[in-house]
Ligand binder design. Structure first.
Ligand code: ADP
Length: 988
């Protein structure tokens, strides 16, 4: 879609995105970029930033102005918004497939005043920490009066606004003032470089403390609690590489991220912030990742720029009731200095850039992040959550690097704006699953068998991308290998398997199905009640007294579902936590299913979550289900914790699975079948009602457009609940009510597991849909999971999904047989020339195929030649996109020769492919002979005047062609002007 159209169509969304949270910062940052790129002049800028006018009015003015300036300005505006907006605030905005480049100009301006404008975005950032100093330099050089200084530094403005006012003032003064600012910045940079080269010189006491901290961190991190129960595995023996990604596409990072990249500069979006967020689903390996980082530091193997590392667990910080100062927090919760505490703390204050803090599980903190209460004094005492929030956002100990982990749902825009970057943790890759199983199984033969059985059951293989599930599956290898055809399909199956594994390990008698459960029912109920209470009150660590209240016995503890908590600050009394938070949710679900206390109302409340979430009621409503003795303490006024909704959702997913027809027989030994069936019907009703609510929210289509549903949070969760129930009747019933042409599930955290569930439901659709799964983590295993629903897809959008040639091979083998399938978009995956033979096969064998988009992959001239074989045979293709590959002249020639006689092609893009004059010459034959072609995109290639002349000649002979895009080729400004005059269809 053209950039102007894109802007117009999403005007409301752009407005909201720019003005979100009522802060002007996004708008201002976009304006900085547009000024720097020369898209806005000084007068334009003043017409937008009218003092006293509302933020929305200013943003509207900007949108109007950019629109009237034309497609190029719109393109740069869209690219600027994309750069400025954190992913979570993009709210379904779609950006151009061919984003305009925001790279700096090749020839930097020589005049200072021009440089000040061209470097505006980075100067705004650099000036924030030194406004006083620059103003002083400007006053000293006679450029500024003290009144002007006061005006810049009006306290109502944020530091970045002050920096902009300073730049605006300096801009109006001219060259000399601009030179003072640039010189100041340069000198400051040199000074900082000298300072940072100077390593701090620690004292003897400090070195002793460092040693003590190292050994404490090492002791805390070197073992991993495993699902084998009491024994511990050395982290170094089991740690397996996980997939780390940056949230924004086109971030320019084309290699896999390593552990050290978490604290390194890659992917930084806000250089002023010190906090890195690692976000991932429950069980994706966040805690283990932090543990590994800590261990590497303690072993001296990595992160050695940091002299001290202080690890914190938010789960444990929850139990800190006292008010503490930062100093007390560090020393009491991590490592106590035996002497010279003040001196050591002073070192931390003086050298913040050498210090690293890690906070695991921010989502488990009793309060969600908020930013209203600022603390600046490191010796001031405050509640621990306040200390934490102020450390994260930088009011306290600015400069100290912080790495925080959390589940994605739990991170709101309030926190995001304080992040220097976000790193997404996507669990194991397929090769990591293999590697983990081989490490986990001491017996190599068993490892091979486990892997064979995983590869024979792709649904289970999909589940194993989650390290926690992979670990359980490998642990339960006996059960897995013994169950033959009936091997686990769902997450609930995997947890039932470990339940059986742990119980049977403690029993010598041979058990019938369900017998082991009956024998251990009391244990299940006691642990279940403890888990349920914890979920409803955000409690993950349980004291002896808690265990006593719920009658949990020592024998129950021995079953290994609970492990002893390693909290240093809890003193000598014993504390326990479930092996993993998902295990706690599973026990809570067992309790809901098996306990006679719970009737349908608990299930109803659990599933009404989505509504409650919107009204902020979830905790109070759910807590009302607790046994009466707990109610008063639970129904508190506190802000809901961020983990609450995800945990209740996981619990609900388990309840759906446990009450499925397949598993019901297990519970008949333990409670009345009528009650179980009643609860099961209740779940079915809730899920169906929940889905209908989503369907009702689908807007009416605009005339001439397709009816489209953009999935809201909660939709994928309900789909997963249906999958857990494993009843096609329910899936059929639900899909019969879904009537859309296009289903959009972008940025929905869809991995292989979600693909399995989606397919389970969508395969029953009656009418073909477009399935848009851009910007997820589908991967090759996910693609394989999607195959059974391809017959009902007419288009599949899988942009930015980590898919390789292998996944494409499987996909194409399937879709060739699907009559409805006509379009595929694979922008920004990991495709190489090896996929093009399959594409070619598709084109040859599918004469109703319309659109193939392969932008931003790794296809070279060889791949293009392969593709050309299929293109020549095909008579239906209308859109072919190869933006951002490397097909060069030879590839362009092959494609051109194949498309020369096409009668269907409307749109061809070879943007950014290293195409030169030879390619242009070949493409001119397509322009001349292909009667259907309307648009040809050749932006960002290396075509010179000679090549353009071929194109011009050809355009004269074909009146159908509407435009040929040639911006950023090897042409001088004069040549561009001249060519424009000769042929207006050329767009530069
Ligand atoms: P999260 O913090 O995201 O909920 P955890 O780090 O607690 O997940 O991981 C759950 C379990 O999965 C761990 O106890 C461990 O057994 C296993 N695990 C996670 N990451 C890895 C890894 N990189 N290598 C080996 N095992 C892992």
């Amino acid at each position: 879609m053209f950039t102007q159209e894109l802007l117009l169509k999403q005007r409301t969304e752009f407005l909201h995105a720019l003005c979100a949270c009522g802060s002007a910062q996004h708008l201002e940052r976009v304006l900085d970029i547009l000024l720097a790129k020369g898209e806005l002049g000084w007068e334009d800028y003043q017409s937008i930033q009218v003092p006293g006018r509302t933020l929305y009015s200013n943003a509207r003015q900007l949108l109007d102005l950019v629109y009237t300036k034309g497609a190029d300005s719109c393109g740069i505006f869209i690219a600027a918004v994309q750069q400025v907006l954190p992913e979570a605030q993009r709210g379904g905005l779609s950006f151009s497939e061919r984003p305009s480049s925001l790279e700096d100009q090749e020839n930097p301006p020589s005049a200072s005043a021009e440089a000040l404008v061209a470097q505006r975005p980075s100067l705004v950032y650099k000036l924030q920490g030194c406004i006083d100093g620059v103003l002083e330099a400007l006053v000293d050089s006679g450029q500024f009066s003290s009144d002007e200084c006061d005006e810049v530094q009006l306290p109502v403005h944020t530091p970045s606004q002050q920096a902009r006012r300073l730049l605006d003032h300096v801009g109006s003064k001219g060259e000399a003032a601009a030179a003072v600012v640039l010189q100041f910045i340069q000198q400051r940079k040199e000074l900082q470089a000298q300072v940072s080269q100077k390593k701090p010189t620690p004292t003897k006491e400090f070195l002793k403390y460092k040693k003590k901290l190292r050994s404490s961190v090492s002791a805390q991190s070197c073992f991993l609690s495993t699902y084998g129960g009491t024994n511990h595995t050395a982290l170094d023996d089991i740690f397996t590489e996980v997939q780390l990604e940056l949230p924004h596409t086109g971030a320019g990072v084309h290699r896999a991220l390593g552990l050290e990249d978490i604290v390194g500069p890659v992917g930084t979006v806000n250089e002023d912030a010190d906090t890195v967020l690692v976000s991932g689903e429950a069980g994706s390996g966040k805690s283990t990742l932090l543990q590994k980082l800590q261990l590497l530091w303690a072993q001296g193997a990595a992160l050695q720029d940091f002299v001290l590392l202080f690890p914190f667990s938010c789960r444990r910080l929850n139990s800190e009731d006292r008010e503490l100062s930062v100093q007390e927090l560090l020393f009491e919760h991590c490592c106590w200095p035996d002497r010279e505490q003040e001196e050591i703390f002073q070192f931390i204050l003086d050298n913040p850039h050498c210090i690293l803090f890690t906070f695991d599980g921010l989502d488990e903190l009793k309060q969600s992040f908020f930013d209203e209460h600022r603390l600046c004094c490191p010796t001031q005492r405050a509640p621990v959550n306040l200390l934490l929030f102020n450390l994260i956002q930088g009011s306290l100990l600015k400069g100290v690097r912080k790495v925080v982990t959390s589940r994605p749902e739990a991170v709101g825009p309030g926190l995001k704006k304080h992040l220097c970057k976000e790193v997404l943790l996507k669990g194991f890759s397929p090769s990591s699953i293999d590697c983990f199983v081989r490490r986990h199984q001491r017996d190599a033969d068993v490892a091979v068998k486990v892997l064979e059985s995983l590869h024979a059951n792709t649904a289970l293989l999909g589940l194993c991308h989650s390290p926690v599930l992979c670990c359980i599956v490998s642990q339960c290898h006996r059960e897995l290998l013994g169950c033959g055809e009936g091997s686990p399909q769902t997450i609930t199956d995997v947890y039932v398997m470990i339940l059986q594994h742990f119980f049977q390990r403690h029993s010598t008698a041979k058990r019938t199905i369900g017998g082991w459960l009956q024998e251990n029912l009391r244990t299940v109920l006691r642990l279940g009640q403890l888990a349920f209470k914890g979920i409803a009150t955000t409690c993950y660590i349980f004291s002896d007294t808690d265990l006593e209240i719920y009658g949990v016995t020592e024998k129950d503890v021995c079953m290994s579902f609970l492990i002893q908590s390693k909290d240093m600050s809890l003193g000598h009394s014993k504390h326990y936590e479930f092996l993993h938070v998902t295990m706690q949710c599973f026990f809570a679900a067992l309790f809901i299913v098996l306990s006679s206390h719970h009737d349908g109302s608990t299930i109803l409340k659990l599933f009404e979550l989505q509504d409650m979430m919107d009204t902020g009621l979830s905790s109070t409503c759910f807590k009302a289900c607790l046994p009466s003795s707990n109610k008063e303490e639970n129904v508190s006024e506190e802000r809901a914790t961020a983990a609450e909704t995800p945990n209740l959702q996981i619990t609900a997913t388990f309840v759906s699975g446990l009450l499925s027809q397949r598993l019901q027989k297990l519970w008949f030994h333990c409670c009345s079948s009528a009650v179980v069936e009643k609860k099961s019907r209740q779940v079915e009703r809730c899920v169906s009602k929940g889905m209908q609510k989503h369907f009702r929210s689908i807007p009416r289509p605009v005339q001439g457009e397709k009816k489209s549903m953009h999935a809201m949070p909660g939709f994928v969760w309900l789909i997963k609940c249906i999958y857990e129930m494993q009843e096609s009747r329910i899936a059929k019933d639900v899909t019969s009510k879904l009537q859309v042409d296009h289903l959009k599930l972008t940025y929905c955290n869809i991995g292989p597991v979600e693909c399995t569930a989606l397919t389970y439901v969508l395969q029953h659709l009656k009418k073909p849909v477009g399935l848009q799964l851009d910007n997820n983590s589908v991967g090759d295993v996910g693609v394989e999971q999607l195959l059974p629903c391809m017959h009902i897809c007419n288009s599949l959008y899988l942009r930015n999904n980590n898919i390789t040639d292998e996944g494409i091979h499987k996909l194409i083998t399937k879709v060739i047989q699907c009559d409805n399938f006509q379009k595929i978009a694979l922008f920004n995956n990991r495709l190489t020339d090896a996929c093009t033979q399959h594409m070619s096969h598709l084109l040859t064998n599918k004469q109703n195929f319309l659109s193939l988009r392969l932008g931003n992959n790794n296809i070279t001239a060889e791949g293009a030649k392969q593709l050309a074989v299929g293109l020549k045979q095909n008579h239906s293709l209308q859109f072919l996109g190869l933006w951002g590959n490397k097909i060069e002249d030879a590839g362009a020639e092959a494609i051109a020769s194949a498309l020369e006689s096409s009668t269907s092609l409307l749109w061809l893009s070879l943007v950014g492919n290293g195409v030169g004059d030879a390619g242009a010459r070949a493409l001119s034959a397509v322009i001349r002979n292909c009667v259907s072609l309307e648009e040809l995109w050749l932006t960002e290639n290396c075509i010179t005047r000679t090549g353009v002349e071929y194109l011009i000649k050809a355009i004269k002979q074909n009146s159908h062609v509407k435009s040929v895009w040639l911006k950023n080729n090897n042409l001088s400004l004069e040549e561009v002007e001249e060519m424009k005059q000769i042929e207006p269809k050329l767009i530069f």
